[in-house]
Design a protein around this ligand. Structure first.
Ligand code: GAR
Length: 212
C-alpha cells in the first residue's frame, strides 16, 4: 500500500477530509511548520503521527526546506500532499519530490494564484470560481492540473460565503486526486502533463448566473 505525508500550516480541514476519506493508502504523518496549527490536534486525535518543523527556527528557506525534507523522508512516503501549507518551497525541494508532490489551491488556476483568491474573484466580478488540485512546480500555485471544481459566484456572495462554497468542493476533489495517485491511476509525464488511466469526463456546461 502506498503512503502519504500531509503538510499543513493551520486549520487543517483539507487534511481532515483526506483522513476521513478512507483512502487506499496509509497516512504516514502530518507535518506542520507551526506548532500551533489546529490541524495537528485533529491528526493526533486520530492517532496519526505528527511532527513540527518551525520555519522560524531556520535562517533561510534553503535550510528550512532541507530540514523539512529530512523529516518527511523519515516516513518514506510515496506522495506528499500540501493541504493549506503556506510556505513558498525552494526549487530544490520541489525537484526532490518531482511527480510526488501535490497541492490544493482555492481558485481555478491559473487564475488567482497566491493569497486572497475569493476577495479578488469577487472584486473582478467573475461568475464562476472554484478550486484546483495540481502537481507542484517551482512556480507558486502553478503546475500540471489534476482536477478542478467550479462553483457559481452568487449575487449576494461575500468573501466568507464564497470561500465556504469553494471549501466544500476542495474537500471533495482533494481526496479524489489522492485516491487516483495512490491507485496509480494518474501520473506526471516527462513533458509535464497529467496522464489519466480513467478517461471518463464530465460533459455538461455550467452557466452562471444561468440562462432564462
Ligand atoms: C484551503 O482553502 C487551501 O486551498 C488553501 O488554504 C486553505 C487551507 O485550509 N491553500 C492555499 O491557498 C495554497 N496556496 P485548511 O487548512 O482548512 O485545509
Amino acid at each position: 500500500m502506498k503512503s502519504i505525508v500531509i503538510l499543513i500550516s493551520g486549520r487543517g480541514s483539507n487534511m481532515q477530509a483526506l483522513l476521513e476519506a478512507r483512502l487506499p493508502c496509509r497516512i504516514a504523518a502530518v507535518i506542520s511548520n507551526r506548532a500551533d496549527a489546529k490541524g495537528l490536534n485533529i491528526a493526533r486525535a486520530r492517532g496519526i503521527a505528527t511532527a513540527v518543523v518551525e520555519h522560524r527556527d531556520y535562517a533561510d528557506r534553503n535550510s528550512f526546506d532541507a530540514a523539512l525534507a529530512d523529516t518527511i523522508d523519515t516516513y518514506q512516503p510515496d506522495f506528499v500532499a500540501l493541504a493549506g501549507f503556506m510556505r513558498i518551497l525552494t526549487p530544490d525541494f520541489v525537484a526532490r519530490y518531482h511527480g510526488k508532490l501535490v497541492n490544493i489551491h482555492p481558485s481555478l488556476l491559473p487564475a488567482y494564484s497566491g493569497l486572497n483568491t475569493h476577495a479578488r474573484a469577487l472584486h473582478d466580478g467573475v461568475k464562476i470560481h472554484g478550486c484546483t488540485v495540481h502537481f507542484v512546480t517551482p512556480d507558486l500555485d502553478h503546475g500540471p492540473i489534476i482536477i478542478q471544481a467550479a462553483v457559481p459566484v452568487l449575487y449576494h456572495d461575500t468573501e466568507q460565503s464564497l470561500a465556504a462554497r469553494v471549501l466544500h468542493e476542495e474537500h471533495r476533489i482533494y481526496p479524489q486526486a489522492v485516491r487516483w495517485l495512490c491507485k496509480g491511476q494518474i501520473e506526471l509525464s516527462e513533458d509535464g502533463r497529467v496522464i489519466f488511466q480513467n478517461r471518463k469526463q464530465a460533459s455538461f456546461t455550467m452557466f452562471s448566473p444561468g440562462l432564462e
